[in-house]
Structures are given as structure tokens and as C-alpha cells.
Design a protein around this ligand. Structure first.
Ligand code: SAM
Length: 243
């Protein structure tokens, strides 16, 4: 019998989880960018700027932006001259991203439907691998980390930004209240999709804490695994190297 995994607070089979995550992002794709602004009060833009400043993309580098969705992080890296492949399991998110790239006059990006758990790229293809607000949605996170390690070159960098439960007293309660009550309501009002946004909140709550995630990175083969908390630990940038 296959082990069950969490889809938000529900236990489902791994295949069912991947299918349902796909449905969530197909359902939110057209409203994804405006919802990000509403749910974070525009903060996601600053977090992504900070993230890309940490990655330090260089002109001509090959970077894989995994779970790249509608391209927010990829666009920032491409503007610095990197050659970016945007990969995502969901073709609807990528379609929205391609339209946005066209409307912003951004060329040279590559777009590929890929499952982070089993990539089609050869070993040692990329100088860096990025994944932003993506890995918590992946059914088998250790498999995705092993694949990240496989496709980066020796000396290549791994960067992941993800939500994490905050340890700040008071702040975490406030965030919990906001996340459980306000975000699904915004989802309902703006995207008419309360369930998808409830899943997003639950998936954030269930994501491993930074120390545990660091251990998972080391198990996948990354060296110098580090976690940099931002905003009282609400968001963490994880980084590591392939040596
Ligand atoms: N990185 C983008 C950003 O920060 O705006 C998009 C983040 S969005 C919250 C999460 C993305 O993860 C979705 O586009 C979803 O399709 C993608 N995703 C979920 N599971 C995946 C998997 N197994 N492999 C690749 N992408 C996946």
C-alpha cells in the first residue's frame, strides 16, 4: 500500500496530491499575480528582490528557476543577463508567464513543463538552481532536492525561498489568524476560489522548519547548507553548494 501524504490538512495518495496541486495552480493561474500582491501586501516583490540579490545572477550563467510559475523570479534574473530556464509542472502557470514576458519585452527565456521530482535535464547542466514558494507544493521534497543536486554543476548554487512558521511570540499568532481567516476570504472575493487558497495556507503551515529543511539539503548532497530568516522567520532563504 502506498503511504499517504498531506494535501493541506487532508491525507491523500502521492499521485492524488500531485494531481490536486496541479488543479490548484490551474485554477489560480490567471489571478495568481494579483493574489500575491493582496495576500502579502506587495511584500512578495521585496522578498523576491532580496532573494535575487542573494543569488547574484551573472551575465551568461545558466539558471534553472524551478516551479517558476508566472516568471516573477526568472524575469529579475534574466534582466541581470542570466540565461534562465523557467520550469514548472503546470502548463497554465507557464502560459501566463510567457504572456507576461511578451508584454514586458523580455526575450531569451526558456519555458519547460517539468516535475521537480524527476527532471529531464542532463547531469551538471546549470550554474544555479532556484525555487521560490514552490518546494512546499512538491509531493516528494527529498526527491526534488536530489534532482536539484544532480542538475547543477560542481560549484553550482542552490537557493530556495519558502514560508516557514514564525517563532516570534505574538507575531506567529497574528499571522496564523491572518492566514486562516483572511487569505481564503480574499481568495473567495478575488478569485472565487476559497478552497485553493485554504490549501496554500495549510501547505505553508506544514512545511518543515528551517533546521529540518537544512538537514534535508545536506542529505541530498549539498554542502554549506544555510538558512537566512527574513521578517521574523516568516520567510526563509535557504542556500547550499554542490562541491
Ligand atoms: N516561483 C513562482 C513565484 O514565486 O511567483 C511561483 C510559485 S507558486 C506558489 C508554486 C508553483 O509550484 C506553481 O506554479 C506550481 O505549479 C509549481 N509546482 C508545484 N508542484 C510542482 C512540481 N512537482 N514540480 C514543478 N513545479 C511544481
Amino acid at each position: 500500500m502506498t503511504d499517504k501524504v498531506n494535501f493541506g490538512d487532508e491525507l491523500v495518495s502521492p499521485e492524488e496530491k500531485t494531481r490536486r496541486v496541479g488543479a490548484v495552480f490551474s485554477s489560480v493561474a490567471r489571478r495568481y499575480d494579483i493574489m500575491n500582491d493582496l495576500m502579502s501586501g506587495g511584500m512578495h516583490r521585496l522578498w523576491k528582490d532580496r532573494f535575487v540579490a542573494r543569488v547574484k545572477p551573472r551575465a551568461g550563467e545558466d539558471i534553472l528557476d524551478m516551479a517558476g510559475g508566472t516568471g516573477d523570479v526568472a524575469f529579475r534574473m534574466a534582466r541581470r543577463g542570466a540565461h534562465v530556464t523557467v520550469a514548472d509542472i503546470n502548463a497554465d502557470m507557464l502560459e501566463v508567464g510567457k504572456e507576461r514576458a511578451r508584454s514586458q519585452g523580455l526575450t531569451g527565456l526558456e519555458w519547460k513543463v517539468e516535475n521537480a521530482e524527476a527532471l529531464s535535464f542532463p547531469h551538471a547542466t546549470f550554474d544555479a538552481y532556484t525555487i521560490v514558494f514552490g518546494i512546499r507544493n512538491v509531493t516528494d521534497i527529498p526527491a526534488a532536492l536530489r534532482e536539484a543536486h544532480r542538475v547543477v554543476k560542481r560549484g553550482g548554487r542552490f537557493y530556495c525561498m519558502e514560508f516557514s512558521s514564525s517563532d516570534w511570540p505574538g507575531f506567529s499568532n497574528l499571522y496564523e489568524a491572518f492566514a486562516s481567516n483572511v487569505i481564503p476570504r480574499i481568495g473567495k472575493a478575488v478569485a472565487n476560489d476559497e478552497e485553493s487558497y485554504r490549501y496554500l495556507v495549510e501547505s505553508i503551515r506544514r512545511f518543515p522548519r528551517p533546521e529540518e529543511f537544512k538537514r534535508m539539503m545536506v542529505d541530498a548532497g549539498f554542502a554549506r547548507a544555510a538558512a537566512e530568516p527574513m521578517l521574523g522567520g516568516l520567510v526563509t532563504i535557504h542556500s547550499g553548494w554542490k562541491i
